[in-house]
Design a protein around this ligand. Sequence first.
Ligand code: IMP
Ligand code: MG
Length: 181
Amino acid sequence: MPFDDTEKLAHNKKRILISREEIAARIREMGKQISEDYRDKCPILVSVLNGGFIFCADLFRELTIDCEVDFIKISSYEDAMKTSGHVKLLKDVNAHLQGRHVLVVEDIVDSGYSVQFLNKKLQATNPESLRFVSLLVKQGTDRVPYEVHYIGFKIPNRFVVGYGLDLAQKYRNLPDIYVMD
Ligand code: IMP
Ligand code: MG
């Protein structure tokens, strides 16, 4: 049966910003690029929970090289629409990252606090290389300097939900990305 999300959207004003087809096409391109860049390297993808898990699952399956996956969980939003600026580690990676090619998989970068926190934390494990990939990067909202090597889409400063992204833990299951009106 086709996925019907009309009911889930009925009580909220949202409109599609990026469709599931556009997401899939972009992830195919990113998978190809990353597979070329990491040829013969067996990278370990570190999926940032909760938001990054859907993007990571799709990107992972577009990689045509040997690769591994692990998970880290952080929190900064505490169910609000603004970052608190205090990033907390809720669950650490289990894999041994020393000497590995680590690629951190984020859903969205906004202020940059999360990427800054993860960069510092994971650099300390002494990886062979450390890069970030994010499906979305908000424009003009950075509060700290950060570097994201692979970017899916640059978006305006709006709150978005769907495809893993939540508002107070809801809407992660929507297959498209919506902007809240
Ligand atoms: P940053 O630390 O401010 O860069 O925020 C990064 C995290 O905040 C992301 O990984 C998301 O979990 C969350 N976030 C930022 N903007 C949005 C949004 O528009 N919708 C949903 N979550 C967001
Ligand atoms: Mg996140």
